[in-house]
Design a protein around this ligand. Structure first.
Ligand code: ZN
Ligand code: ZN
Length: 290
């Protein structure tokens, strides 16, 4: 689990002469609801985990709570405008030890925690590969998890048409209120994850690539800037490690990002369980200018 607050320079968020803003990025809570009993998420025997758990296990509720309490305490002081929450709320436990309804109950519990801790602050949330049941198997069409979670997040997503968009593939976009023309594209990149057996042979799972391009075209036409968020990042954790995305999906995704680098101000993902910054190069090997 990690949390961080990010300030963005004025020009990047709001364009020349804009007012600037701040947001939280919280991700990968991996709440283990069996903690202090069977501790099903622990990798090794942990004879006596501390009150906030152990490095080799996922998070007990106390750790999740204390993270969100910290965010609640600091939100006003820092002038935070919105939050992004990029998935993996369910623990690393076997499919035999959980169910879809248990995963949904965990997502509901953390959604309510954030709602209560951050009144009036919208949270732009995405699902992570561990939130699905079976694990990693993000569906390409309407499914129970999308419908139930769309209903849970509807006050943050606001527009009914985007809630319906989420219900059919797990992605949506929102124009951030009180920011000058800043749009969040909250993607479902679990559709491209190499552990997803449902999408290996699908060129554009759930039509998300086509939708993303349309959103970016519209943003360019209306002078919006776009922050792209999601759970699984396109790049590997470090150079030389295995790619998270299927190769064809990675190529298409990076092509879209580079084609719209004038519109996209930043991309933010979870899944890596560590902070990191990656620069995307174009096909000539040059870094993009943002
Ligand atoms: Zn994770
Ligand atoms: Zn993950």
């Amino acid at each position: 689990m990690k949390k961080r607050e990010r300030g963005e320079a004025k020009k990047r968020i709001n364009g020349e002469g804009g007012g600037g803003g701040r947001f939280w990025h919280v991700t990968d809570f991996h709440y283990d609801n069996t903690y202090f009993t069977s501790q099903l998420s622990c990798n090794d025997d942990v004879p006596s985990p501390g009150p906030y758990g152990d490095y080799w296990c996922d998070s007990p509720w106390r750790l999740v709570q204390s993270t969100v309490d910290f965010m609640a305490d600091k939100t006003k002081e820092l002038g935070v405008d919105f939050a992004i929450w990029t998935g993996d709320t369910v623990a690393h436990i076997s499919d035999d030890d959980t169910t879809l309804s248990e995963n949904i109950a965990i997502l509901r519990k953390v959604t309510e925690l954030l709602e209560n801790a951050l009144p009036g602050i919208p949270v732009y949330a995405s699902l992570g590969n561990h939130d699905f049941y079976p694990s990693d198997q993000a569906e390409t069409n309407v499914s129970e998890i999308y419908t139930k979670v769309g209903d849970m997040w509807k006050d943050w997503i606001k527009s009914q048409s985007m809630v319906e968009r989420f219900e059919d593939g797990g992605f949506y976009s929102v124009l951030v209120p009180n920011a000058t023309s800043l749009r969040v594209l909250a993607l479902n990149t679990n559709l491209y994850f190499t552990s997803n057996d449902l999408t290996a042979a699908v060129a554009d799972p759930a039509g998300q690539f086509a939708w993303m391009e349309q959103q970016l075209q519209n943003a360019r036409a209306t002078n919006e800037k776009v922050m792209v968020t999601g759970h699984v990042p396109a790049a590997p954790l470090t150079r030389g490690l295995v790619n998270w995305f299927y190769p064809a999906h990675k190529t298409r995704f990076v092509d879209i990002l580079t084609s719209y680098h004038d519109v996209i101000v930043a991309t933010h993902f979870g899944h890596d369980h560590q902070d990191g910054f990656k620069l995307i190069q174009n096909t000539d090997g040059n870094n993009m200018d943002r």
